[in-house]
Every structure is written in structure tokens, then in C-alpha cells.
Ligand binder design. Structure first.
Ligand SMILES: *Cc1c(COP(=O)(O)O)cnc(C)c1O
Length: 425
């Protein structure tokens, strides 16, 4: 099946007389005839459902669809993108371990790794996505267990050179995790470029309609944990909390990672999506290929319009010819990047605020990447506490505007921007 078909058909195939749409199994628990039957499930000897905190059929149908879209071996849903990234990292790293991460990532993930995971005893070295191989290699330590990056970074729109980072990670015997939220598997499938584990905030384009917060983790099924047995004891030695199961032995190269994340992390942390939310996510996935095409068409048209406008100081959009990341974008996302465009208006913070005030169609929101066009001025919202000097230091210029193109008519979006720019003095 081609990717557009997978959006519709993958993950769930009704049998004779069953519902066409994936059923919403809105039930916490599942009934069994005997204690022996249930015991086999608890021992991971048989597959089946017993409690929705661990697994639920609706959630699994949707996870299987995203797994097919990414070309993975196994997948799971989580209740948010934050939970997905936390699980993906914590499924590998223990206290005393270290990871190498791209500095150009979503602020929430940066905070998770830089503050919260440090409190858990997990150390990080940040590298710029544009760093040389040599600089990246220098960040590795004997206790480094993984490398992390974002296909297109939110909000800085830098493209991560997946193949290059995968080669470096593998040279050091560790997997690469890529957050593929902004590109979606419609535009980029990181596993095809050597990435080992893919994560998503499904809250963004996948849901696409401002309806549900969610996340997912997909295992590419190619990383050989047993070949680096000493580095990954959680996967390669018996789990005392699960009757001495060794995940990499029992579930193999394609199943170990997701089985461990489900059996241990969902069991103990419980960041599980509700089946109703997964049903809504599936509706979004069905039109993902169509919507991404329109998001990209609008993103490119807006970027081109802005780049020629006399009141605009700079535009950042990896799909725009001349952008610093254009060549990398062409390699990893030949059919389009995303609908998010960053730009600066001449006149700094005041001009940016004036511009925002006069938008009519695009709403001011801390959200991105959905059907409705929306806009954020980080300096007066998410980064409000910082002075102009501090803003520059953390890579967010005072005049920076993050514009997320929805799927409305292209001319309507451009007219809205054009009109608002007329008020910028
Ligand atoms: C929004 C976002 C997240 C966090 O996802 P939530 O669903 O909000 O928890 C993680 N990574 C990226 C790239 C994001 O844009």
C-alpha cells in the first residue's frame, strides 16, 4: 500500500459483519473465564487485554496504523507527546546514563531532558544540529546510551541530518531517536534513513483538528540490543519485575523495545490515552496525507510572499529556496516540509506586536500544526519573562513570529498577513 492508502486502511481490518470504523472499546477492564487465562496475560505468555492502563484494542489499532505509516516493527500510543519522548528515552537510560541531544528541539522536550531527567540522574550533552561530525563525536561519553533530535525543530525550523546522526550513533553502538512531529510520516520516514525509534506529538498534524492531546512511539525494529548487551541491561538482562523476562530475547529485535515500554513504563507511569481520544486521532490520520499537502502548499506560498515583502526582515522556512536548510529538506522531505513559517518584521518587538493585533483569520494561540491558521509571538507569550538580550541569547529574536498555516484557502491566509503588515510602521 502507498502512504495515502495506509492512512485509511492500515491498522484495522474488520472481519465479516464487524464495524467499518475502529470500535471505541471504552472499557477499563476485560473479562476472562479462568484465573489461568488471565495469569498467562500477566506473564506475557499470551497476548490479550486485561486492563486499559497497559493496553486497549482501540489504542492498539491506531498505534498499528502509525507504525505502518512510519514503516516500523511495533508501536504504542501515549497520552501526550511529552509522555512519548519521556518513555522513549527512559526505556533506554537509567540513572547514571548520558545522552547526546540536538539543541534545536521543542522547548518542552528541552526542559524534560535538561531539568527533569537530570533530577533523575540522567545527564545530557547538547549539540547543534549543524555541528561537525568531530564536534558531535566529542559529546559522547562511555555512558552515552542514545542520540536524540527533531526532523524539523519546533519552533526554529532547523532540519536534522538524520542519516549523519544515525551513522555517528551506530558507530558508538547506540540508537537514534527522532521526534518526527512536524514532518509527519507523510513527508519524512526517519527509519528509512537509519533512525531507530520515532516519536510524535500526535496533538499536532496527526490529530490536526485541535481535538486531542496525544503521543506515540514507533520502533524501527533494526537496533540490535543484544549486540551491545552491556550498554542496555534493561533490555538484555532479566526483568525482576516481570518474572525474569529478558525482553530482547523473548520479543526479539522488532518487539523488545515496545513490549518493555508497555509492560514497565505504562504499568508504572500510566500515561495512557483514552480510547475515545484514539478514535478521534484516527479520524485525523485518515485525512493526514491530504491535509499535509495543503499545509505545505500554504506554508510555501506564505514563505514566498513574506520573503518579497519590504516590511519583513527575514523568513525561515526549510521548503523555501535559499533557506539555510533547503538542501537537507530536499533530501529528507522531497514532497514538502510542514506548514509552519518563522519570520521577523522590521521594527522589532513593537512591530511584531502591532502585526499580531491586526490579524483577523489567524488566531493567537500557543498551538501549532493544525487545520486552523494560528500565530504566536514568542517574545510576548512563551518567552515573555526574558529581556531582549536574553531572547537573542536563546535563539528567539524579539521580532520572531511563528506562523502556522492551516488548510484554509491560500489567498485568504496571505490577504490576512498582507493586511496586518500594513499596520506595521
Ligand atoms: C508539541 C510537541 C511536543 C509535545 O507534545 P504534547 O502533545 O504537547 O505533549 C513534542 N515534540 C514536538 C516537536 C512538539 O511540537
Amino acid at each position: 500500500m502507498k502512504i495515502e492508502t495506509k492512512c485509511i486502511e492500515a491498522g484495522y481490518t474488520p472481519k465479516n459483519g464487524e464495524s467499518r470504523m475502529i470500535p471505541i472499546i471504552q472499557s477499563t477492564t476485560f473479562k476472562y473465564d479462568t484465573s489461568e487465562d488471565m495469569g498467562k496475560l500477566f506473564d506475557l505468555e499470551a497476548s490479550g487485554y486485561f486492563y486499559t492502563r497497559l493496553q486497549n484494542p482501540t489504542n492498539d489499532f491506531v498505534a498499528a496504523k502509525i507504525c505502518a505509516l512510519e514503516g516500523g516493527s511495533a508501536g504504542m500510543l501515549t497520552s501526550s507527546g511529552q509522555a512519548a519522548n519521556f518513555y522513549a528515552i527512559f526505556n533506554i537510560c537509567n540513572a547514571g546514563d548520558h545522552l547526546v541531544a540536538s539543541a534545536a528541539i521543542y522547548g518542552g522536550t528541552f526542559n524534560l531532558i535538561n531539568v527533569t531527567m537530570r533530577k533523575m540522574g540522567i545527564d545530557v550533552s547538547w549539540v547543534e544540529p549543524d555541528a561537525t561530525d568531530e564536534e558531535i563525536e566529542k559529546a559522547f561519553k562511555p555512558n552515552t546510551k542514545l542520540v536524540f533530535g527533531e526532523t524539523i525543530s519546533n519552533p526554529s525550523l532547523k532540519v536534522f541530518d538524520i542519516e549523519r546522526f544515525a551513522n555517528i550513533a551506530h558507530k558508538h553502538g547506540v540508537p537514534l531517536i527522532v521526534d518526527n512531529t512536524f514532518a509527519t510520516p507523510i513527508n519524512c520516514r526517519p527509519i528509512e534513513f537509519g533512525c531507530d525509534i520515532v516519536t510524535h506529538s500526535t496533538t499536532k498534524y496527526m490529530d490536526g483538528h485541535d481535538a486531542t492531546v496525544g503521543g506515540c512511539i514507533i520502533d524501527g525494529g533494526k537496533f540490535d540490543w543484544m549486540a551491545h548487551k552491556d550498554k542496555f541491561p534493561g533490555l538484555t538482562t532479566p526483568d525482576a519485575s516481570y518474572h525474569g523476562i529478558t525482553y530482547a530475547e523473548k520479543f526479539g529485535i522488532g518487539g523488545a523495545f515496545i513490549t518493555k515500554a508497555t509492560a514497565q513504563l505504562q504499568r508504572d507511569f500510566g500515561s495512557v490515552p483514552s480510547p475515545m481520544n484514539s478514535y478521534l486521532l484516527n479520524l485525523g490520520l485518515e485525512s493526514l496525507a491530504l491535509r499535509m499537502k495543503k499545509h505545505c502548499e500554504n506554508g510555501l506560498a506564505v514563505a514566498e510572499f513574506l520573503s518579497k515583502h519590504p516590511k519583513v526582515a527575514w523568513v525561515s522556512y526549510p521548503g523555501l529556496k535559499g533557506d539555510k536548510y533547503y538542501e537537507l529538506a530536499k533530501k529528507y522531505m522531497p514532497n514538502g516540509t510542514c506548514g509552519v513559517v518563522a519570520f521577523g518584521v522590521k521594527g522589532g518587538r513593537k512591530a511584531a506586536e502591532e502585526f499580531m493585533k491586526h490579524l483577523n483569520l489567524a488566531i493567537i494561540a500557543t498551538h501549532v500544526a493544525d487545520a486552523h491558521s494560528c500565530v504566536l509571538h514568542p517574545a510576548s507569550a512563551t518567552h515573555r519573562q526574558l529581556t531582549d538580550e536574553e531572547l537573542v541569547a536563546c535563539g528567539v529574536l524579539p521580532e520572531s513570529i511563528r506562523f502556522s498555516c492551516g488548510i484554509e484557502n491560500t489567498d485568504d491566509i496571505i490577504d490576512d498577513i498582507k493586511n496586518a503588515l500594513e499596520f506595521v510602521k
